[in-house]
Design a protein around this ligand. Structure first.
Ligand SMILES: [Zn+2]
Length: 206
C-alpha cells in the first residue's frame, strides 16, 4: 500500500525557519526594501566621528551580536540591511567587531573559489558563490582614520574573512550573493551537517 514520504530534516527545518523569523525582525529582507537593490550613499569622512555615526556603528555592532546569539552564525552586516543605505559595514573577526566605512577595492586575486554563502537578508538560502580568493581595499575605520586591508591568509578562516568583506562591499552596490549564482544552484538550509562538508573549491576559467 502506497504511503506519502515526508521530506527530510523536518525537525531541523522548523528550527531554522523559527530563527530566521526572529532575525527578520531587525534585518531587512529581499523583496521588502528596494534600497537593498540600490547603491548606498558614501559617508562624509568628517562626519564619521559625529554622534550620529557613532550611534549607527554601535547599533550595527549590537545587531551583529544579537544575530550571532540567535543563530550561532553571522559574520557581517552592511548598513542597508538595517534600513541605513550608507556605505558602512561591521565584520566579525577573531579580534574585534570591525567597522569599515567607504571601502574602495584596489586589488583582486586572480585565483577564484566557490563556497556556499548565506545572506542575512535572504535566509535560509545557501548560495554557492564564486569569488576571488582575496581582495585589497582602503577604508575608514570608526575613528575616521584611513586604513588598508591587505591580509591574504590562505587558511579557510582567512578565505572566509576575505569573502565576508566582498559580500558586504557588494551590499553597498545593491548586489546580493544570490545574484551571482544560477537559481538552479541555490539550496535552502535544511541539512544540519551541510556546513560540516562545505569546502572551498578552486574555479578556473570563469
Ligand atoms: Zn548579505
Amino acid at each position: 500500500m502506497w504511503k506519502p514520504t515526508l521530506s527530510p530534516f523536518r525537525k531541523y527545518k522548523k528550527e531554522v525557519f523559527k530563527k530566521d523569523a526572529l532575525v527578520a525582525d531587525f534585518i531587512y529582507q529581499i523583496g521588502e526594501y528596494e534600497k537593498l537593490r540600490e547603491v548606498s550613499k558614501e559617508i562624509s569622512v568628517n562626519k564619521i566621528t559625529s554622534k550620529e555615526y557613532q550611534k549607527k556603528f554601535k547599533y550595527i555592532k549590537t545587531c551583529l551580536l544579537k544575530y550571532r546569539k540567535l543563530t550561532g552564525t553571522g559574520r557581517g552586516i552592511t548598513g542597508v540591511q538595517l534600513g541605513i543605505p550608507e556605505r558602512f559595514s561591521v565584520i566579525y573577526t577573531r579580534e574585534e567587531l570591525k567597522i569599515i566605512v567607504n571601502p574602495i577595492v584596489t586589488k583582486v586575486s586572480n585565483k577564484q573559489f566557490i563556497y556556499p554563502e548565506m545572506c542575512m537578508s535572504a535566509n535560509p538560502i545557501i548560495a554557492p558563490t564564486i569569488r576571488p580568493a582575496w581582495i585589497e581595499f582602503t577604508y575608514y575605520d570608526e575613528k575616521g582614520e584611513k586604513q588598508m586591508w591587505i591580509t591574504k591568509d590562505n587558511t579557510d578562516q582567512g578565505k572566509i574573512l576575505n569573502r565576508v568583506f566582498q559580500h558586504e562591499i557588494d551590499h553597498m552596490e545593491g548586489i546580493i550573493n544570490i545574484d551571482l549564482c544560477k537559481s538552479r544552484d541555490l539550496i535552502l538550509e535544511s541539512d544540519p551537517k551541510f556546513y560540516d562538508n562545505a569546502k572551498f573549491k578552486e574555479v578556473k576559467n570563469v
